[in-house]
Structures are given as structure tokens and as C-alpha cells.
Design a binder for this molecule. Structure first.
Ligand SMILES: CC(C)(COP(=O)(O)OP(=O)(O)OC[C@H]1O[C@@H](n2cnc3c(N)ncnc32)[C@H](O)[C@@H]1OP(=O)(O)O)[C@@H](O)C(=O)NCCC(=O)NCCS
Length: 149
């Protein structure tokens, strides 16, 4: 990890900064309450900071031997510099070291950036959940992807 970047557990006090990224990164963002619920439920929530400023985050829920990546985002102004891949790699390493067998996630079928990121990290397509996500004109499919750890 480049010197200026560091990754720590997300705290309640991070949520305001997380929400600034979340609302810029997604058309249908999570609410602050969603992040709070994840923290209270003990999900693995991490933030990546650069010189004290928040640049990205991830939320992972573990169920037995499976890790479910629920959210991964990088601040729009910081995208395309390898930070998303760095966060993803650290999540994968952590899940492996905890003995998880598989990581799964859902991604919008139109989110080609994220799909490319996941494919390069070794994820494969498991199946399609039809009409899973809202769009301004209706619904779109989710691609369910998995990685054997
Ligand atoms: C998806 C996301 C997390 C990627 O983070 P990032 O820091 O921009 O990505 P990186 O710079 O680490 O790039 C990793 C890979 O992503 C893909 N990628 C990144 N930018 C891309 C672009 N503009 N077009 C196509 N693919 C792109 C590439 O496969 C890239 O690998 P490469 O650099 O070897 O070509 C980030 O774009 C984001 O936060 N998007 C909005 C939120 C989101 O959609 N999250 C995923 C929900 S499932």
C-alpha cells in the first residue's frame, strides 16, 4: 500500500464522510442508517484514508464460511488510481486469513467498471438476479459474482 494510504475499521464518526462519497458514487446511495446498522451488526466495515482524508470504504458481511461484499466505493475524484483494487485485495486477503471459502457480491449489469475490477480480481459470474436494482426508467439486473478463496 502506498505510504500515504492507510486502512482502518470504520467508526460511527466516519459515517458523515462515508455518506459524502456514497452520494457522489451511486445514483441510489445507501442511507447513513444503513451504514450504522452494518456497524451495529458487527459487519466488517473499513475505511481507506489518504493523509487523514477519506478516499474509500468497504462493507463485508460474513455468514459461516462465506463473505458477502455489500459495498465498495472510492471517492469519485480518486477513482482510476488503483484504490478500488487495493481495497478489494485487502478484503480478499482478510477473508482468506479468516478461513472463509467464498466471497460473493451483486453488481449492476450496467456497472462495467466494477465488473471489470471484479473479473480482474478473479471473480466469476454465478447467476443473474432479474430486475434487482431500480433505475430511472424501470429496473435492471444484478450479476451475482463469486470468488473461491
Ligand atoms: C468500482 C470502483 C470501486 C473501482 O475503484 P477504482 O479505484 O476506480 O478502480 P481502480 O483504479 O482500482 O481500477 C481497478 C480496475 O477497475 C476497472 N476500472 C477502473 N476504472 C475503469 C474505467 N474508467 N473503465 C473501465 N474499467 C475501469 C479496471 O478493470 C481496473 O483495472 P486496471 O487498472 O488494471 O485497468 C469505483 O469506480 C467506484 O467507487 N464506483 C462507484 C461505486 C461502485 O460502483 N461500486 C461497486 C458496487 S458493486
Amino acid at each position: 500500500m502506498p505510504e500515504k494510504l492507510s486502512q482502518t475499521m470504520m467508526r460511527i464518526s466516519d459515517i458523515a464522510g462515508v455518506m459524502r462519497i456514497e452520494t457522489g458514487a451511486y445514483s441510489y446511495p445507501w442511507t447513513a442508517g444503513n451504514f450504522l446498522d452494518c456497524l451495529k451488526s458487527g459487519y466488517h466495515c473499513k475505511v481507506m484514508t489518504q493523509e487523514g482524508g477519506l478516499v474509500g470504504y468497504s462493507v463485508v458481511m460474513d455468514v459461516l464460511d462465506e463473505s458477502h461484499l455489500l459495498n465498495l466505493a472510492v471517492a469519485p475524484s480518486m477513482q482510476g488510481q488503483g484504490i478500488g483494487r487495493m481495497i478489494l485485495d485487502s478484503i480478499i486477503d482478510e477473508a482468506r486469513s479468516q478461513g472463509r471459502r467464498r466471497m460473493i457480491l451483486e453488481v449492476r449489469a450496467s456497472n462495467l467498471k466494477a465488473i471489470s475490477l471484479y473479473r480482474k480480481a478473479g471473480f466469476y459470474r454465478i447467476h443473474v438476479r432479474r430486475n434487482y436494482y431500480p433505475t430511472p426508467v424501470g429496473r435492471e439486473n444484478a450479476i451475482v459474482m463469486g470468488l473461491d478463496l
